[in-house]
Design a protein around this ligand. Structure first.
Ligand SMILES: [Zn+2]
Length: 320
């Protein structure tokens, strides 16, 4: 691998640039998430954001896409990108850890088969890593070089908040999803990400604005906007107190599940008609009616039940 010794120099430069950038944005990130979710969650937000384990890696699928379609990246970056691709091809399976530019995770964790699969197929992603005794877990974010931006970082961090961990073992972690289906969850996560970015009021280092991509998710925001506007407070509350039942009960489970499954379907079928949007809007209206029909006493007893289980519940101010 001698002929690829320049990779080392590139990696070192990236690592320093990215690590420095993360340090700079950390307080502004905490501030933006706090402004979005509410001052009462500041400690929790600070704790999660400050303890995230970051890994920077070289993602072959992403480099390939960039190599073919990345018309707005500089010639120099394109050359570096091709160089990385050649380097990855020269790597053998057992050298997969060479894709890792740097990580705050243990090397043994990184070489686990689940991670290897993810590194080979994903762009950037969020996951959970448990410690050896399976007593605690860490939020881990994997960022693929050439794609890292403030938006990607906020998107991945928000996954950490949107993930309710029910159980963790060394091999798997069980996490129900607030929006039931993975793509539906992604759409909402990305929509919320944009809201958090609008609250970000700080420096954005060059390394985090050099590459900016518009994800396919953005084309589907019109499908979820009405639901989000109607249930914004409950969504935030459910995420922060990690009780997804709150939103499900509020919107009415059956209609909510139907809504999520339709979103998932329209996203996967790569498009939607006006009629389909109208159907969704009707469904949102029905869920709003359901939410407003919840008898305050019923809801109070539900909240009491939550509080007796140790959840901190804030009464919602917004009239649905
Ligand atoms: Zn995501």
């Amino acid at each position: 691998m001698k002929k690829f010794k320049r990779i080392k120099a590139y990696n070192k430069k990236y690592r320093e640039e990215l690590e420095e950038s993360l340090k700079i944005i950390n307080p502004y990130l905490i501030d933006a998430f706090t402004k979005y979710y509410g001052e009462e969650y500041k400690d929790k937000i600070t704790d999660v954001i400050s303890n995230i384990m970051y890994t920077f890696f070289i993602s072959e699928p992403f480099l390939k896409v960039l190599n073919c379609y990345g018309s707005d990246i500089s010639k120099h970056d394109k050359r570096v990108c091709k160089y990385y691709l050649k380097y990855l091809h020269a790597c053998q399976m057992d050298e997969l850890d060479k894709c890792i530019i740097c990580s705050s995770l243990e090397k043994e964790d990184l070489l686990e088969s689940d991670f290897i699969d993810c590194l080979k197929t994903n762009f950037s992603f969020y996951t959970i890593v448990s410690d050896d005794e399976e007593k605690s877990f860490y939020h881990a974010i994997f960022l693929s070089i050439f794609s890292i931006s403030l938006k990607i970082i906020i998107h991945e961090i928000n996954h950490a908040f949107m993930t309710e961990v029910v159980a963790v073992t060394k091999n798997e972690w069980i996490t129900p999803s607030l929006f039931i289906y993975p793509e539906c969850e992604e759409l909402f996560n990305d929509y919320i990400t944009n809201k958090i970015i609008s609250k970000y009021d700080g420096i954005i280092p060059y390394a985090l604005k050099k590459f900016r991509y518009v994800h396919k998710y953005e084309f589907y925001f019109s499908l979820i906007k009405k639901f989000y506007d109607a249930f914004e407070d409950v969504i935030k509350e459910s995420i922060m107190i990690k009780n997804f039942n709150l939103l499900w009960e509020y919107a009415g489970k059956e209609d909510f599940y139907l809504f999520c499954s339709l979103i998932q379907k329209y996203y996967l079928q790569d498009g939607f008609t006006e009629e389909e949007v109208a159907n969704l809007e009707e469904l949102v209206l029905r869920m709003r009616v359901h939410a407003s029909s919840i008898i305050p006493e019923d809801f109070d007893s539900y909240i009491n039940e939550l509080e007796s289980l140790g959840y901190r519940v804030r009464k919602l101010g917004k009239d649905l």
